[in-house]
Design a protein around this ligand. Sequence first.
Ligand code: 3PG
Ligand code: MG
Length: 380
Amino acid sequence: MSKITYVDEVEIVNKKILLRVDFNVSLSEDKTTIFDDTRIKESLPTINLLLKNNNRLFIISHFGRPKTRDSQFSLKIIGERLQQYLFNYKIILIDDFLHSSFVPPQAGLRQDNKKEIFLLENIRFYPQEKTNDENFTNQLAAFGEIYINDAFGVCHRNTVSVVGLAKKLPAYGGLLLKKEINAITPVFTNPQKPLVTIVGGAKISTKINLLKKLGEISDQLLVGGAIANTFAAANCQDVGSSLYEPDQLENARQLIAEINATGKKLILPEDFVIKNGKFLDIGPQSQKRFQEIISQAKTIVWNGPVGYFEDPKFMTGSQVVLDAIISNSQAYSVVGGGDTLAFINGKPNLDKISHISTGGGAMLEFIEKGTLPGIEALKK
Ligand code: 3PG
Ligand code: MG
């Protein structure tokens, strides 16, 4: 059976390495500083292991969703943060690797100076990244003898730097990738029961397949956020001027029917915190019910805040969920997703959560499908 070989299972010494990471960090409100650099920190074990073995690194990442070159999405600020962690090395940002006289692959990579790490500018500055351009893949591949993927958070994207390079070069998985796969896999293969999943966030449309899958595997599926509003509307409840998706009502009805048919429990909020006709958080009764169910779980998966947590008046529901997860010391818990991470950032006792994933969409798709394009491409 083909499988991934990870960097700690082989000797990789003195090599030129293309290392794909996910440095798609969140910024502070004024967009001038990094708000949460977890994704950078989590990639350090792989980077340090490779450096220890005298390898030359060409680090590839995306940042945001630029369509083309756009200084707002430069990796400069990320390179500066990385520099703070790797102070014995010099991080050199390569503005345009396709047209750089500084590090053409044939120039011997300044082999004399092993203390340099090359960080290629945002890979999404090149539209070819997304179109899986063959020529572009070759140009990029020319920089390395080996490709390593430590970018779990973007493994659901079928692009050159995630999939194409893995097929072109000898390819290995990094330590973060290994940690994520090993931590999340038990949730959908062999969870201790009861498995309780909590899904919030804004849109049913982006999570419909995930909800189906969770409906199949969970003993209880708790739904909050604007997704719950769509379910409420599907149940013919008056949701006032709340955020919901009118074009998803039929999907929501079907989901309710499917999950109920399996005998599994879909738990929708029975009350809401309402302001100006808008449902903005799950209400006190629902908070109590969610708390009780979570406290009985043996496995917990949480993705998506259950209320409009950006306003402290409506963060209680999400806080109740977090507290219930932290207090349940018998359960194996996995938490992930961009908004969820933004919500829990800096809160105490996060070490009581078994696994906090660096993946948002990637984690959800991994649970839903059991694999991801970036993972498949590494299997040899
Ligand atoms: C993420 O933040 O979800 C990952 O970095 C992937 O980014 P993307 O959703 O823009 O592809
Ligand atoms: Mg995403």
